[in-house]
Ligand binder design. Structure first.
Ligand code: CP
Length: 333
């Protein structure tokens, strides 16, 4: 076996990864190919030191398991190092500006990644302001609008299952009930924007209060027109999942109620029946897969029998978060 890591393209060096929509189809293809290469090398025990001694700053305004650890493990495997920056224990909490964060952290290292996902209207703007001043690439680890690291890993997982040509597959992106916390809107928004680009037929389902933001909805409609796929919105999980190839039910919040968790949960309580159970999965195609970005509220968003069942791909999906994070860092930093 050849034990030497293959080289990585340098044509994306210095580029930000703020929304999947910012990258062309060819650039997304390059990111996926790079992730596949890095995954193979990782599994084969081949050391892939593409970023020796390089530093990435990971700024978090919210909690994380997968995102933080996939970036930290990923940069270590690439030969670099991550600094964890908590918004609550850094000077961000005293109002330090995104301009200062961009300029100062750029002067210390080689990349900045940010999670700022819980305040509609703030996260994407904050990242774009950091990126305006930063001299290093800025990566979106989840904002109010998009979660491009998640949806890239989702795409990789879907391709592992169905191959590269995804035209005419149906993906059901449905709201589901979760009492643990008010989850961001960025995953369903990211999914409808990205999957419509690839020719997949996307059906979005949600109760009336859970509309998504205007811009991702507009982009999803435009992308579907361009790719010749369909994008439809229904008001129940059953219709969305009927004949689907990919079933992706998860919770998100009411846009006007972020910051008011008690009010938000009162609304959600009306829709406790929005759970993905075996009867719901039976409406999908026989070979359909179940996906969730995690963390999932077991017993509320999904039953154990589905998330632990043979159709579930949640663990390969979570694993692919690291391979895609490594690809994004190795390509841009
Ligand atoms: N899916 C996801 O982004 O997981 P974390 O919130 O744990 O990072």
């Amino acid at each position: 076996m050849n034990q030497t890591a293959k080289s990585i393209s340098d044509r994306m060096k210095g580029r930000d990864w703020l929304m999947t929509q910012d990258w062309s189809d060819a650039e997304i293809e390059l990111a996926l190919d790079t992730a596949v290469q890095l995954k193979k090398e990782f599994k084969a025990g081949i050391t892939s030191l593409h970023l020796p001694h390089k530093t990435i700053f990971l700024i978090f305004f919210d909690k994380s398991t997968r995102t933080r650890n996939s970036f930290e493990a990923g940069i270590t495997q690439l030969g670099g190092h991550a600094h964890f920056v908590d918004s609550e224990t850094s000077q961000i909490a005293h109002g330090e500006s995104p301009k200062d964060m961009g300029i100062i952290l750029s002067s210390y290292g080689h990349g900045i990644a940010i999670r700022h996902d819980l305040v509609p209207g703030e996260g994407q703007s904050y990242m774009r302001e950091v990126a305006r001043w930063a001299k290093v690439p800025v990566i979106n680890m989840q904002c109010d609008v998009d979660h491009p690291c998640q949806t890239l890993a989702d795409l990789m997982t879907i391709r592992e299952e169905f191959g590269k040509d995804l035209r005419d597959l149906k993906i059901a992106v449905s709201w589901a009930y979760a009492p643990s916390y008010v989850k961001p809107m960025s995953v369903p928004q990211g999914l409808i924007m990205l999957m419509t680009r690839l020719g997949m037929n996307v059906t979005l389902a949600h109760p009336p209060e859970y509309t998504l933001m205007d811009e991702p909805m507009r982009l999803a409609r435009d992308n579907a027109l361009l790719s010749g796929s369909s994008f439809e919105v229904v008001d129940n999980m059953e219709d969305a999942i009927a004949d689907a190839d990919i079933v992706y039910p998860k919770s998100w919040g009411v846009e006007s109620l972020y910051g008011q968790p008690e009010e938000a949960m009162k609304v959600a309580q009306q829709y406790r029946s929005w759970i993905c159970d075996e009867a719901m999965m039976a409406r999908a195609k026989e070979k359909a897969i179940y996906m969730h970005c995690l963390p999932a509220d077991r017993g509320c968003e999904v039953t154990d029998s589905v998330i632990d069942g043979p159709q579930s791909r949640v663990y390969p999906e979570a694993e692919n978060r690291m391979h895609t994070a490594k690809a994004l860092m190795a390509l841009t930093m």
